[in-house]
Design a protein around this ligand. Sequence first.
Ligand SMILES: NCCCC(=O)N[C@@H](Cc1c[nH]cn1)C(=O)O
Ligand SMILES: [Zn+2]
Ligand SMILES: [Zn+2]
Length: 484
Amino acid sequence: ASTPPPGPLEKVFQYIDLHQDEFVQTLKEWVAVESDSVQPVPRLRRELLRMAGLAADRLRGLGARVASVDAGFQQLSDGQTLPIPPILLAELGSDPKKPTVCFYGHLDVQPARQEDGWLTDPYTLTEVDGKLYGRGTTDNKGPVLAWINAVSAFKALDEGLPVNIKFLIEGMEESGSLALEELVRKEKSGFFSSVDCIVISDNLWISRRKPALIYGTRGNSYFTVEVKCRDQDFHSGTFGGILNEPMADLVALLGSLVDASGRILVPGIYGHVAPVTEEEKRVYEAIDLDVEEYRNSSQVKKFLFDTKEELLMHLWRYPSLSIHGIEGAFHEPGAKTVIPGRVIGKFSIRLVPHMDMSVVETQVKQHLEYIFSKRNSSNQMTVSMALGLHPWIANISDHQYLAAKRAIKTVFGTEPDMIRDGSTIPIAKILQDTTQKSVIMLPLGAVDDGEHSQNEKINRWNYIEGSKLFAAFFLEMAKLHSSW
Ligand SMILES: NCCCC(=O)N[C@@H](Cc1c[nH]cn1)C(=O)O
Ligand SMILES: [Zn+2]
Ligand SMILES: [Zn+2]
């Protein structure tokens, strides 16, 4: 545990230490709810609704005013509809002399089955050597509860909260945050009007022990490329050799996108990428990353780049292209001699400042059309951009970054790593652009937490010290507010 600093936080930190088993118990209760938003089945949707109810009760227990906003229905491609869990908007305090800090988090989780390689039941929180294993422990139930723990400590001690608190909690993040953007737009001049900053804690540090602040995430343009001869498959003994095979066309198209060094081969794609500045280079040099340990723990024989700086830049500030899968391809074990009649390739390009999504869309379509035309194939090719998510970048001179740095120093005794995240948190950019409020990403989890993976965990230390970090952050925000 961190040494409690003298002053108002001392009692709060002691309270959090003393009540840590209760906090772990609540996390256990939340993890036990299979709030999987990815598999669209009624049973899991009921679990999501139950989860929203549990969280709303918890927030009401803190004394918050909670609105459980109906989010309508999800329309599935087979004609079925499923309810979208309500979005929780909660408020605690409205003192105009205090800043208002809004926390965004999500209660839904990725699917998990023990037979996929979990060492314990994913929905039974299990502690082993200070590691709390369970689906959602780090993504994102643990951080949501850490924020609640911090608020509950101030409330229980009858210490006035140094800030007004708001919560924006959803249950569909893992499925594209359905209905959330619309609600954010609707509440711009309502719920969000008094907010000073929005905190997201839905990513990880880049280290096991050293905390980090995140100031940027990449965006994503997700493409599908369909090659079709006909809707039915062919027997390769009967048709092999006399037609253009859709899979051969598709493999050539996908193979034209990126070279073996990871360079994207779509002409013009690097044209708008922000140039690296000398100041930026120094930021990468300062980051504490043991490349060998990172490589070994990732079980990768060799990365495409050798130095820490190159690796980080290619993860965070350069675009990358990944090929995800092929729908319609024969993929089961065995030696079936089929020629698929219609296949759909899926790939995406992670976007960085200052790439323009519509320019990227045109560049990709033109490139694939050119490659396809050279093959003289009689098949039909259709390219679509299925998803377009913008990159997000923060202004690190905003108040909340200074407050977070000070809070990290108080709790962990160190400066944070200033990092970006190579993946995408779409709501960050939406919140920033729609509400015009600044957003900070303040993660709690360690690099090896395994979000979305088997054996996801959060360390007890991260969960408890993270709860203190949020408490210290409230106080630092309040101190800065008095000098605004
Ligand atoms: N560390 C946070 C990760 C959140 C996440 O996994 N986001 C998805 C969002 C997305 C992008 N394209 C489609 N969905 C991600 O893959 O980055
Ligand atoms: Zn998440
Ligand atoms: Zn996730």
